[in-house]
Design a protein around this ligand. Structure first.
Ligand SMILES: [Zn+2]
Length: 388
């Protein structure tokens, strides 16, 4: 059945329902990717363009079957497309474009006027990749800037961490918002992408930020000192941008101690041979992969050279000298392990979770002062639990 153009209606994405036909949509491209699918009938390959569209009222997945073989469609392009068909997948409407669909570029000004004050409020813990069209109240926990090179051009990227009562999320922004850690803010019109398997908030030129009352948000001091969590919770939540865990060092994982690194890529090398750069003049470095146990689980805390030197009380030079004196006995590793073993640490940092469990890149490590006897008692407690 061919739908008469007269019957076609332009509709906001929020009003689309599975089974709708002959609909015209007007939306901005959030993401678009070309790929080939294999046709079931004859095994032939069919190109498709799929991704996400938003008009400010909702974000929906789209699939464009057999699209024109033009270049990529850039994020941010506004399109008018019709007729499209709508089907429902896992309760969410999805839009299909076919050879019958007329697609033309439209202007940003034609998008539905969304009343920003009516966008739904969301919490940090509820945000998922590709979310868009929401408001978020949060406290700034970290804020900084770095210069990155994009297509040969230097740009300032502002980044940091936001926190609310439900969790933490990293953010990036191309503009300077002049906020400082501790500020309570409301963000409207940001979107969420996936970065290193975690959601990350992206503020673009459409995003708005304003100060907000601190009701319901963590205090400024708790926001900036990290969110206390058990290691089991960190694992369950898939990591976090600014977690604070307390535990006891129960061992070191290899490689710890003196390692040799490629001067080009910093990968660790064996026998002066980098697996990417071949034979190189390796540079000695010091690191520790400390296993921290808090009674709910274990995490690997990755200490770089400066953090290892602080925690150990000896520097790289000392470690290299020890290794030279006892070349076959790896004394630096053993001395390092002895020095850290049983220490009670409070670690604040970026936690990630993979097949090997929780690992933390520490931003700070504070050591509780304990005498040898209580250190030993703590270690015994952890051990007796593990062997129980
Ligand atoms: Zn290399």
């Amino acid at each position: 059945m061919v739908t008469e153009p007269a019957a076609m209606r332009e509709r906001p994405l929020a009003e689309l329902r599975g089974g709708d036909q002959g609909v015209v949509i007007l939306a901005r491209v959030v993401s678009a990717e070309r790929r080939d699918v294999v046709r079931r009938s004859d095994g032939g390959r069919l190109p498709v363009l799929s991704g996400f569209l938003t008009d400010g009222t909702a974000t929906v997945r789209f699939t464009w079957w057999d699209p024109p073989a033009l270049g990529e469609i850039e994020r941010g392009t506004v399109l008018r497309a019709g007729p499209v068909t709508v089907r429902e997948f896992r309760g969410e409407p999805e839009v299909s474009l076919s050879w019958r669909t007329r697609v033309e570029e439209a202007s940003e000004a034609e998008l539905p006027k969304v009343d920003l004050t009516k966008l739904p409020m969301r919490t940090v813990g509820s945000l998922r990749a590709r979310d868009e069209g929401f408001r978020l109240d949060a406290r700034v926990a970290r804020a900084g800037a770095k210069t990155v090179s994009i297509k040969g051009e230097d740009r300032r990227l502002h980044e940091g961490v936001l926190v609310d009562a439900t969790g933490t999320i990293g953010f990036t922004a191309w503009s300077e918002f002049r906020w400082v850690p501790g500020d309570a803010i409301r963000i409207t019109g940001a979107h969420v992408r996936e970065f290193r398997s975690r959601p990350q908030l992206v503020l673009d030129e459409r995003s708005q930020v304003e100060p907000v009352g601190a009701e319901g948000l963590p205090t400024a001091s708790s926001a900036t000192s990290g969110i206390s969590a058990s290691i089991a919770d960190v694992e369950r939540l898939g990591g976090g941008a600014l977690v604070r865990v307390m535990g006891v060092v129960v061992g070191l994982s290899p490689p710890s101690g003196v390692v040799q690194r490629c001067p080009e890529c910093r990968r660790s090398v064996r026998e002066e041979r980098c697996r990417v750069h071949g034979v190189v003049a390796a540079i000695a470095d010091l690191r520790a992969r400390a296993i921290l146990d808090d009674g709910t689980g274990a995490a690997t805390v990755n200490l770089d050279r400066a953090a290892t030197e602080r925690a150990w009380g000896h520097d790289l030079r000392y470690a290299i000298d020890r290794a030279r004196v006892y070349p076959n006995d790896s004394p630096p590793e053993r001395e390092l392990a002895d020095a850290l073993f049983g220490r009670r640490w409070t670690v604040i940092g970026l936690a990630s979770v993979d097949d090997f469990g929780v690992s933390i890149t520490p931003e700070s490590i504070s050591v509780s002062d304990e005498d040898g006897a209580s250190r030993l008692a703590t270690v015994r407690r952890v051990w007796s639990r593990d062997s129980a």
